[in-house]
Design a protein around this ligand. Structure first.
Ligand code: DC
Length: 226
């Protein structure tokens, strides 16, 4: 059986990972896997059941009754299912980001989701984005990219995106949330966000979407040939 190709894209929230990883996958004909959406689905269940997302024992108890489905719609977009319900929109709500960040710090949650992510890469050519893809989930990935941008640029992009979706928040709140999540994601003991030694750094602070995508395609093609 031929080995599938994998491209790992990690970086902090708001660096444009999902948009760029999705576009890169499309350009290469690979499957796009948004692993943050999987953590968000666990976070949503904690939110809905009134579970403290920082309480390891309580969240672990939730996992046993949790049926998380990952599929692709006719439009090719990834869809998340929670006990059969399509929650692809619900997991994007602003308050769920906090829940996702908390549950993703729990080693039990990470262990629960690890093999599922690896299985996708065994079965498909993937562009997978997250925080620990190049370091933990797919350490043998063919291409590793660490995508980042200054916190202010990331907060501004997130704020515009929320506004377009009709969620009214002020920029300072979004910036505070970005900094707070950076702090949590980089300082947790379980698979903290960090650049893999063999990852290529892509900083998009000064780049628009097209320039960022061109950069990623360039890096991916170069590394796939290497
Ligand atoms: O990328 P995102 O904002 O949708 O991710 C939601 C949360 O999940 C974020 O706080 C970090 C966490 N996460 C993670 O710990 N590991 C991943 N591979 C992906 C996301």
């Amino acid at each position: 059986m031929s080995k599938h190709r994998s491209i790992a894209i990690d970086g902090p929230s708001g660096a444009g990972k999902s948009t760029l990883a999705r576009a890169l996958a499309r350009a290469l004909g690979y499957l796009y896997v948004d692993t943050g959406a999987i953590y968000r689905t666990v976070g949503l269940q904690a939110f809905r059941t009134g579970t403290d997302p920082e309480d390891g024992a309580a969240v672990t108890a939730l996992l046993s009754g949790l049926d998380i489905g990952l599929g692709y719609g006719e439009d090719g977009e990834q869809r998340m299912y929670l006990n059969g319900e399509d929650v692809s929109q619900a997991i994007r709500r602003h308050e769920i980001s906090h829940y996702a960040s908390c549950v993703s710090a729990l080693p039990q949650v990470r262990a629960f989701l690890l093999d599922r992510q690896r299985q996708l890469a065994r079965e498909h050519d993937v562009v997978m984005d997250g925080r620990d893809i190049g370091t933990v989930v797919l350490p043998q990935a063919d291409v590793k990219i660490f995508l980042t941008a200054a916190p202010e640029a990331r907060a501004r992009r997130r704020w515009l995106e929320l506004g377009q979706r009709g969620e009214q928040t002020d920029y300072d709140t979004v910036l505070r949330d970005v900094l707070d999540r950076d702090e949590k994601d980089t300082h947790r003991s379980a698979a903290p966000l960090r650049q893999a030694e063999d990852a290529v750094l892509a900083d998009t602070t000064q780049l628009d979407l097209k320039q960022s995508l061109d950069l990623l395609i360039h890096i991916a093609k170069e590394q796939l040939q290497a």
